[in-house]
Write a protein that binds this ligand. Structure first.
Ligand code: UT7
Length: 331
């Protein structure tokens, strides 16, 4: 059975840069609070004429060009997002349409911050069994239009950013390379610790002016609980990935963890006893871009030239659901 390799990667963030200071015009916060509690200095926000699939399209164009491929070469699209263009259909078909292609499957993955890893796991299984040979995996988010920009929503509003990361995946016959394993977990017992109440079918009425007045359409989080779980479950899933493959932490070339909070990333690094050069973080410039954070960081790292063939790349994520997981990849 072949393994799955990353043929190329690409990312895109919108032009508008929103620095921490800007938030002080909308809510009671400060650059100092945001920087020291989260590590974030700035994030990018989309323009009014952009939807999530537009961000994904730009990231995809970069990945296609680097792969020397045309959109028509793709066999399948896997689109991970928690902020789709519309309630339905999923953003995958919009990306497909914008790419000018048809008649290939588009799978939309909604596993929040872990979406890219869930998508990778599915794409990897398809590629290994030979069902598809050229899979476009995208994580894209447009969070800025879904944030409560008042003091009531300040804990979440300052965290999130917009952006997209793409990877083109395919089979490799080199037995030493590719995705070694993926490890996925979830626990719905914690669903309401990070969620958005409104818009689904559990409420009667499904949507009312009164519910909106109460702010039920904004995402809500019990930050400290999420923090605790994120900083223990990510390292646990990395340990699992290492163990299954008979690897040790010293063999990790780079760990790219979902960029939720710099302090969480530092705790993950500490628990895994990794050196600074074994981790890559970029939350300072992009904030938390949910399903896009791993592929954006991955592409930045790849473009920096630091990831060489045969290196061990480990990915890990944690998010709403709760969902979490890891992947070990021999580059
Ligand atoms: O992406 C997937 C998952 N997401 C995460 O992993 C995020 C996990 N959680 C976190 O990153 C952190 O919990 C936060 C950054 C959200 C909050 O940091 P914290 O150190 O846990 O702060 P806290 O929630 O305990 O709040 C401390 C204080 C509170 O004030 P009082 O009650 O002590 O007076 C908050 O109201 O900070 C206040 N606060 C703020 N102050 C200024 C909360 N947000 C802000 C803000 N600016 N933006």
């Amino acid at each position: 059975m072949p393994r799955t390799e990353f043929i190329s990667t690409g990312f895109y963030v919108p032009d508008r840069v929103v620095r921490n200071e800007e938030f002080t015009q909308w809510m009671d916060t400060s650059d100092e609070w945001i920087r020291t509690r989260t590590g974030i200095r700035e994030r990018h926000w989309a323009a009014d004429d952009q939807a999530t699939s537009d961000l994904a399209l730009e990231a995809t164009k970069v990945a296609l060009e680097r792969a020397g491929m045309k959109a028509s070469d793709l066999d399948c699209i896997v689109f991970a997002t928690v902020s789709p263009d519309y309630m339905f259909p999923g953003s995958g078909v919009y990306l497909q349409r914008k790419l000018g292609i048809a008649n290939i499957p588009c799978l939309d993955v909604r596993d929040q911050c872990t979406g890219f890893l869930y998508g990778l796991s599915v794409a990897d299984a398809w590629i290994r069994t030979g069902q598809y040979k050229r899979v476009l995996l995208v994580g894209a988010e447009l969070q800025s239009v879904g944030l409560d920009l008042t003091t009531r929503g300040r804990d979440l509003a300052v965290l999130f950013g917009d952006g997209a990361g793409a990877a083109i995946l395919g089979p490799t016959d080199d037995p030493g390379r590719g995705v070694l394993s993926t490890h996925l977990y979830s626990d719905g017992a914690y669903a309401e610790l990070l969620w958005c109440n409104l818009g689904g079918t559990a409420n009667r009425p499904r949507l009312s002016a009164e519910q909106i007045e109460q702010g039920l359409h904004w995402p809500k989080m019990v930050g400290r609980e999420v923090f605790k779980h994120a900083s223990t479950r990510m390292p646990a899933s990395v340990h699992e990935a290492l163990k299954v493959n008979g690897l040790t932490k010293d063999q990790i070339t780079v760990l790219i963890a979902h960029q939720a909070n710099q302090r969480i990333s530092e705790m993950v690094q500490k628990q895994l006893e990794l050196r600074d050069d074994q981790v890559y973080n970029n939350i300072e410039r992009y904030g938390n871009t949910t399903a896009a954070s791993i592929p954006i960081a991955l592409d930045e790292y790849v473009q920096s030239g630091r990831l060489k063939r045969g290196d061990l790349l480990v990915l890990t994520a944690f998010g709403s659901g709760f969902t979490w997981g890891s992947a070990a990849i021999r580059w």
